[in-house]
Ligand binder design. Structure first.
Ligand code: C2E
Ligand code: CA
Ligand code: CA
Length: 427
């Protein structure tokens, strides 16, 4: 069963002799004949320092002396680079933490397994080992984004370089297209189409944020109204960041523009992150309260990621909770995420708020959200953000697929041509 994709020399680190022997037998069955053993972390580190040909380790977490987590830190500190399979009998939530921690430390983690080990799981993990790359070479620097200046922003605002992409939100109960979220893109004359990550911080620190928010509002209203002309009642959500909320003139400007557009304020939702609500509370809360008085929807964006989300909910007159994708993506497979998702839904229901799940990427997560009676879903599973003009053609060719998702468990893939065209910039 040995293949050249499996490591040929493996160190098993476990304080239980029985567990070491068991892991060794599994390795032998897989055709890995050279196994070494260490009964604690210190001994393991010594072996790894002496023997550079150890390609992989199977690491227990609970050990006297140096425990498994300390071993991972030592590997990084000493620049030792074996591939690592963590094997522990501890609860899966702890194993998830170890996995994230290992990955963020930069350990070459092949997997985290819950004991008792099985042959198939171990083979799967060890089989992920990649040939060792030149160790001494420092990791490639992340390519630096284009250098953008405040002058650039001013020109972009003046010349209309900002674009409003839209991402559909659909009702989980019946697959109806309920509305869109406007997401900013910058069609830069030199750098091409830029996603918000490349410029949103600069924009927020500039004097132009509120003006850009208003441009986005106008464009998003326009896209929704094209839907209205075709008989679709679409709500329009835009993102409003902390500096704009602290601008006491913003509420008036929004009220005026929405009135001028003829759109009902109840169909317009302002998405505000929890951290934005925290800053400069009095002006921010004043802006939010006025908008709510005029009938606008207010959504707590990225719900669950802020530190005192629940407290903010009692202070802000919101109408919608937008559950962060960290709690949505993979919730169907991860019981801990599922509990957090359920509790967000529960809070939303008790406070009489509409709950929107963002970051829905799979059929399984979609089905879970339906089962949990979440109101609306948004995510790549439905559609990636697309230019506003692509919305109605997208809906025409995808509505049958989405409606069917509310009747049966059939998946029909999104029209690939459209999805490619609509996602030149995403996430
Ligand atoms: P957000 O408001 O949380 O928007 C959702 C982000 O998640 C969008 O990224 C969207 O493309 C991405 N997304 C949607 N579905 C999925 C999915 O299924 N999987 C994954 N992995 N990602 C998904 P985008 O467009 O890059 O925007 C990033 C952030 O930039 C937004 O996060 C928002 O905070 C900010 N932003 C975007 N447009 C504006 C704007 O007009 N004004 C302000 N102030 N902020 C904006
Ligand atoms: Ca948002
Ligand atoms: Ca969000």
């Amino acid at each position: 069963m040995s293949g050249n994709s499996l490591p040929s020399r493996v160190l098993i680190i476990d304080d239980s002799a029985l567990q070491r022997t068991f892991a060794e037998q599994l390795c032998h069955t897989l055709g890995i004949h050279t196994t070494l053993q260490a009964s604690d972390g210190l001994q393991a580190i010594e072996l790894l320092r002496l023997d550079a040909s150890i390609q992989a380790i199977i690491l227990d977490l609970e050990m006297p002396g140096l425990d498994g987590i300390q071993v991972l830190h030592e590997l990084v500190r000493l620049q030792l680079d074996p591939a690592v399979v963590v094997a522990s009998a501890r609860e899966s939530v702890l194993l998830n933490v170890v996995e994230s921690m290992g990955n963020s430390l930069g350990v070459r983690l092949l997997g985290v397994l819950q004991k008792p080990l099985t042959l198939a799981q171990l083979a799967g993990c060890l089989g992920r080992i990649a040939p060792r790359v030149a160790l001494q070479e420092p990791p490639a620097q992340r390519p630096q984004g284009p250098l953008l200046s405040a002058d650039d922003l001013q020109r972009a605002l003046r010349e209309g370089e900002f674009q409003c992409y839209v991402q559909p939100k659909v009702a989980l109960a019946d697959g109806r297209l309920c509305g869109v979220e406007g997401l900013i893109r910058w069609q830069h004359p030199q750098h091409g189409l830029l996603a918000p990550a490349a410029f949103i911080d600069l924009l927020e620190q500039s004097p132009f944020m509120s003006a850009v928010t208003l441009q986005m509002l106008d464009m998003a209203l326009g896209h929704c109204q094209r839907g209205h002309a075709e008989g679709l009642t679409l709500s329009c959500s835009i993102n409003v960041s902390a500096p704009s909320l602290a601008d006491s003139r913003l509420a008036d400007a929004i009220i005026e523009r929405v009135a001028a557009s003829g759109m009902a304020p109840a169909l317009v939702t302002l998405e505000i992150t929890e951290s934005a609500i925290m800053t400069d509370l009095s002006t921010t809360l004043g802006t939010l309260a006025r908008l709510r008085l005029h009938g606008f929807g207010l959504s707590v964006d990225d719900y669950g990621t802020g530190f005192s989300g629940m407290l903010q909910l009692s202070r802000v007159p919101c109408t919608e909770l937008k559950v962060d994708r960290a709690f949505v993506d993979g919730a169907s497979k991860n019981p801990q995420l599922r509990v957090l998702l359920e509790s967000a839904l529960d809070i939303g229901r008790k406070l009489n708020l509409r709950v929107v799940a963002e970051g829905v990427e799979t059929l399984e997560d979609w089905q879970l959200l339906r089962q949990l009676q979440c109101d609306e879903a948004q995510g790549y599973f439905i559609a990636k953000p697309m230019p506003g003009e692509a919305l109605l053609p997208w809906w025409r060719s995808n509505q049958a697929r989405i409606r069917r998702l509310t009747e049966t468990a059939n998946v029909l893939c999104e029209d690939p041509a459209l999805s490619a065209a609509s996602s030149s910039v995403s996430a």
